[in-house]
Design a protein around this ligand. Structure first.
Ligand SMILES: Cc1ncc(COP(=O)(O)O)c(C=O)c1O
Ligand SMILES: N[C@@H](CCCC[NH3+])C(=O)O
Length: 447
């Protein structure tokens, strides 16, 4: 491997250097250009094609361990349940299974994927506001570790399904603590007006009701207040304090509480956000809950998988509009939806070494999809990108491929796992034929 590229001190803007400095999985090399671990992204682009996703196995491992260790160091008995909705690629799940991770799933489909990825149902939590009876039956048959109930209505259904199977479902109540996580409105989940969880004031009565139902074994309390939480841990602390009060009240009524599920939500710095460290989250959990002397769980998705992944894309053309320079990529909002959906900012780095030194000019980076919202960034200072150049969109390992679609009849991009100097395609680019498959035109339309 060539030596790291010495970035020129007169680089017009220190942004590239900062982006790299904060992401040890990415390095810029004089000959090979931008590398994920030891693998040049240019090689993946050339051999797999673009757009494609690449995930760093060692980043997944490192970040999983950082969370687990922070919780342990805070004196907590804790388990980490990876939120599979953030990335349900089988190889990613398998890497985390190898670390001993559990999972958090929100559908029967995700449960099947995590089981296929080697994370047993007996280490998996099933959350979500709209579980169907069929999904619950499947989860119980698979010996699910915990079901987080989100409403009184759901509790009745859970009991009926489990009783019919001759089982008692291990159920925690997900409470809505009415805490503002101060994140994007579309991913805030812990305010009273959000659809999630049971109002904390109603939780004790529901817990008592659960204890009286034939198909339910009440096991604990869960809370999840939102995602991409970066403004300190005070919202976590407030939510956990309310949960602790509830647990104490339940125990006071003689109702057993075995564990508390503290949810996910720890944010990452996509740009210059100062995100709390795992130690701060662990401190918030320990501060509020340690005196209860019970095992705790967390359900992180983004914090583990986000920084592990990049979206590799090629410049199709550079268009000089009336007022702006548009760099048109072969990746679109159907691949990475976050900028269109949440106005999210993702770092964009050139993959070719020479581009790290070229002068930068503002550009709008857009995709080929027929929506103005198919814009990754506006007015970003970027090098003189030319058709054929490859770029990497950073921190795309969570809610990237997982949220992609075939909008505009664009097949799903390939996914690649990198582990040191080894790499492999772990999901092939979807063949176009898939988009035609299972469609049919009735005779009376075809004429
Ligand atoms: C119940 C639940 N747990 C865990 C997560 C994972 O969140 P994050 O990726 O922000 O850690 C989510 C998503 O916000 C969720 O809804
Ligand atoms: N999809 C969102 C996060 C939602 C979390 C789901 N509970 C994002 O990309 O930021």
């Amino acid at each position: 491997m060539a030596s790291p590229l010495p970035l020129a001190p007169d680089t017009p803007d220190p942004e590239f250097r900062d982006l790299l400095a904060q992401r040890p999985q990415l390095t810029a090399h004089a000959q090979d250009g931008l590398c994920l671990e030891d693998v040049p992204l240019a090689r993946i682009a050339a051999e797999v094609g673009t757009p494609s996703w690449a995930y760093s196995a060692n980043t997944l491992r490192r970040r999983y361990r950082a969370l687990r260790d922070a919780l342990g160091d805070a004196g907590l008995r804790a388990t980490v349940h990876f939120a599979a909705k953030s990335n349900s690629n089988l190889a990613v799940l398998r890497v985390l299974a190898g670390e001993g991770a559990g999972a958090d799933v929100v559908s029967g489909g995700e449960l099947r994927l995590t089981v296929a990825g080697g994370i047993g149902a007996d280490r998996t939590v099933f959350s979500g506001v709209g579980k169907t009876a069929a999904e619950v039956r499947e989860a119980l048959a698979a010996n699910i570790f915990q079901i987080n109930a989100e409403s009184a209505e759901e509790v009745e259904m859970l009991s009926a399904v489990a009783a019919e199977m001759g089982l008692r479902a291990p159920v925690a109540i997900r409470v809505n603590p009415d805490v503002d996580a101060r994140t994007h409105a579309k991913i805030t989940t812990g305010k009273a007006e959000n659809k999630f969880g049971v109002a904390i004031a109603d939780a004790a009565a529901l817990y008592a009701r659960m204890a009286s139902l034939p198909g339910i074994r009440p096991i604990g309390i869960a809370v999840h207040i939102g995602s991409q939480i970066t403004e300190g841990v005070s919202a976590f602390r407030a939510a956990y304090a309310r949960v602790a009060e509830l647990v104490t009240a339940l125990r006071g009524r003689g109702l057993p509480v075995e564990r508390v599920d503290c949810g996910g939500g720890l944010g990452i710095p996509y740009r210059d956000e100062v995100a709390p460290k795992p130690e701060a989250l662990a401190g918030a959990i320990a501060g509020a809950l340690k005196h209860l002397d019970l095992p705790v769980m967390i359900e992180p998705g983004r914090w583990i998988a986000g920084p592990a992944g990049v979206l590799i894309s090629r410049v199709v053309l550079v268009k000089h509009g009336a007022t702006r320079r548009f760099v048109v990529l072969d990746a679109g909002m159907n691949d990475l939806l976050r900028p269109a959906m949440y106005d999210a900012w993702h770092g964009i780095l050139p993959v070719g070494a020479e581009l790290f030194h070229s002068a930068r000019r503002p550009a709008d980076v857009v995709g080929p999809v027929c929506e103005t919202g198919d814009t990754f960034t506006r007015g970003r200072d970027l090098p003189e990108l030319r058709p054929g150049d490859v770029v990497a969109m950073l921190d795309a390992g969570a809610y990237g491929a997982a949220m992609s679609s075939t909008y505009n009849a664009r097949p799903l991009a390939a996914e690649v796992l990198v582990d040191g100097n080894r790499w492999a395609v772990v999901r092939e680019r979807q063949p176009f034929e898939d988009l035609l498959a299972r469609q049919s035109v009735p005779d009376w339309v075809a004429g």
